[in-house]
Design a protein around this ligand. Structure first.
Ligand code: SF4
Ligand code: SF4
Length: 278
């Protein structure tokens, strides 16, 4: 009989997942992991959650176009935990939301679901780098899941250099830095930072080192309905200013408060004066 959790993953169109022993992954918060009390044989169920949608005119990163991924994962996590408890009574299953005690990207690589690119991102052969990684923690040994193991190192970054060449900022240069980080920086920007926003037409994030990566060529659109709904690919100053509190707080860019993205949009639209300066 098909396990209930496999049914949930299939309904959600989550097709790539694997399980790894917790003892094999990089722990970043031992205190938090110890509090989960998962014993020595615990495991992590790692899932790839693709979110790419093509054919949109955007001025923000693809990940920020739908509602915040964390909203999706809190619903998915609940459904999965409840199905896993039915499938494997007596074991503990937990989500970690934004505060993972282990490096989930490292876990996804170790579980054979993909590899690290020179652009600093996790890349999956199926979905490129446009994936979120979700994890369910358990005291159950990973063999119990009955999932065929993926093979680590199946593909790897070709070191073609395209991501570095196309980068409009310079992550190693403290004077400019990564455009994505600049768009998320609070307060006043330097004139060089504001100019980078203007030059690239970017209001939030930066996907350039992803867009040029050959592993993202022809990547399929997500089938997950959450990421297909409520999309706002092209933001304007007035649109964001007038968003309801409920809508705004469901967006990935809300964590830096409304004034941060409004500042970026004011730069793009020449409204610095109107918005009180940058
Ligand atoms: S663009 Fe080339 S070097 Fe950069 S991550 Fe992709 S394959 Fe690797
Ligand atoms: S996100 Fe943009 S600015 Fe940052 S490293 Fe990638 S290409 Fe460069």
């Amino acid at each position: 009989m098909v396990k209930k959790f496999i049914g949930v993953l299939s309904e959600e169109k989550i097709r790539r997942y694997s399980a790894v022993p917790l003892s094999s992954v990089r722990v970043i918060r031992q205190d938090k992991l110890s509090r989960m009390d998962l014993g020595e044989n615990g495991s992590l169920l790692v899932m790839l959650i693709p979110y790419y949608v093509s054919g949109e005119k955007r001025n923000i990163s693809v990940y920020a176009v739908p509602r915040d991924y964390h909203l999706y994962f809190s619903i998915l996590g609940e459904k999965l935990v409840s199905s896993l408890k039915e499938d494997f009574p007596g074991f503990v299953f937990r989500t970690a939301a934004d505060n993972s005690p282990v490096d989930e990207v490292d876990a996804a690589v170790r579980s054979g679901l993909g590899f690290f690119g020179d652009n600093g991102l996790f890349i999956s052969p199926e979905y490129g780098s446009f994936v979120f990684i979700g994890g369910i923690y358990s005291d159950m040994p990973c063999e119990n899941y009955g999932i065929p193991s993926a093979v680590p190192g199946r593909r790897e970054c070709s070191h073609c250099g395209k991501c570095r060449k196309a980068c409009p900022g310079d992550p190693s240069d403290k004077k400019i830095g990564c455009l994505s980080a600049i768009t998320q920086k609070k307060g006043t920007l330097t004139s060089a930072e504001a100019e980078l926003i203007r030059k690239t037409g970017t209001a939030w994030g930066c996907d350039i080192c992803q867009q040029v990566c050959p592993f993202n060529t022809g990547v399929k659109d997500t089938e997950i309905s959450f990421f297909l709904e409520s999309r706002t690919p092209y933001l304007t100053y007035d649109f964001v200013k007038n968003m309801s509190e409920g809508d705004f707080s469901s967006r990935a860019y809300s964590w830096r408060k409304r004034e941060t993205i409004l500042r970026n949009l004011a730069i793009l639209e020449g409204k610095e004066e109107e918005s009180g300066g940058i």
